[in-house]
Design a protein. Structure first.
Length: 114
């Protein structure tokens, strides 16, 4: 059941983001097409992500790193994460971002088990 009242969506069902999308960084850019993303280093086990593309304003994306990789989200005007954030795949680190303006992703939540 889904209710819409006063602009709020309320549901008693699970929200499904579908299957995780594996995205290999290309010169620091993650081009995404889904709301649940596993970032993979372009080469080696560490890499920097400087921007995320493919999102429309209001889109939410949950991002994690490949099991053996460490991906650092570089804080910038296009990726607002409150300082550089390292996502370590072996720790299952995860961050939730919202596309807050055209070409801008802003962190709204983050989790780490380390």
């Amino acid at each position: 059941m889904v209710n819409l009242s006063d602009g709020d969506i309320k549901t008693n069902f699970l929200l499904s983001l579908g299957a995780i999308e594996d995205v290999t960084l290309a010169t620091g850019v993650a081009a995404v097409t889904r709301s649940y993303v596993n970032l993979i280093s372009e080469s080696g086990a560490t890499d920097d992500c400087t921007s995320i593309t493919g999102l429309a304003v209001g889109d939410i994306v949950i991002v994690t790193a490949e099991a053996e990789d460490t991906i650092t989200l570089k804080d910038s005007s296009s990726l607002i994460v409150g300082g550089d954030k390292a996502l370590t795949g072996t720790n299952a680190d995860t961050i939730m971002l919202i596309c807050s303006a055209s070409g801008v992703c802003t962190a709204i939540a983050g989790w780490a088990d380390n």
